[in-house]
Design a protein around this ligand. Sequence first.
Ligand code: PBG
Length: 326
Amino acid sequence: MIFPDYRPRRLRQNETFRRMIRETRLSVDDLILPLFVIGGRNVKNPIPSMPGQFQMSIDYLVKEARLARDVGIPAIMIFGIPEKKDAFGSQAYAKDGIVQRAVKSVKDKVQDLVVITDVCLCQYTDHGHCGIVQDGVIDNDATLDLLARTALSHAQAGADMVAPSDMMDGRVAEIRDTLDENGFFSIPIMSYAAKYSSSFYGPFRQAARSAPLFGDRRTYQMDPANSLEAVREVTMDIEEGADIVMVKPAIPYLDVIYRIREEFDFPIAAYNVSGEYAMIKAADQLGWLDGRQVMMEALTAIKRAGADLILTYFAVEAARELGGST
Ligand code: PBG
């Protein structure tokens, strides 16, 4: 492969050649759209740090879900913003909680759309942590039952898949057991397996009102410096029954996605998180880059690294770019 015998530019000279040798193809089938649901009616509050994203009441959420389906997106992921918070996050597993009602409505009104729920306590606890707090410490084992109850209540409301994002040890097994015992053995689990303690979640925490009141999440979410540990986390979640494993965030952790792809033959999801979205939107608004092109490049890069599925606030825009109908 020495110049002038090999000239890589030969196959780059026009779009038709480029199209023929393209290695990675982003598809609308890869996309999952995260949505925020809040109480009330006719509510559509713009999220300042996430232009184009909203806190929506259930009526709007249904419309947004339908729009996602109409542009070809196969799945949405629902995050709830409850009216009340308490020490045990009881609204997370309340039968008439915001997510449970939202799931029911979307499943009733929108066909052919997979509804995934985020299973966590942080939006529901008054201290904002993802688990129960005892003497200032996040108590792993005391939290497991509440997470399992949350997942079960989502399944009972009609969720097609549950996605635990809390990072407690052993929660996948606990959720799998509880779902199975209650007859929900067909509901897959997408675990946030390698979820890092990341400042890229900043805009989400404003949107979901879920920032911790004291301390941070470093005793349960992963240290950004580690990737061997990601392999252990993914191994553990698969052994406990995860059907899809997630790496989160995406762009700053492409090496982790690549590594997990090399080591495992399970479907991999990557979460293109709020901060990744916010940075591109902000730079676009300032005229510092072309947001549309950077979005497609970023999503393609996540796919190239090895992700099968991408959770992204860009899902609708990207689907349109990819030639979705509406
Ligand atoms: C809840 C949760 C978070 C995100 C998804 N689920 C925030 C956090 O862990 O603090 C972040 C998503 C995003 O930034 O887009 N545990």
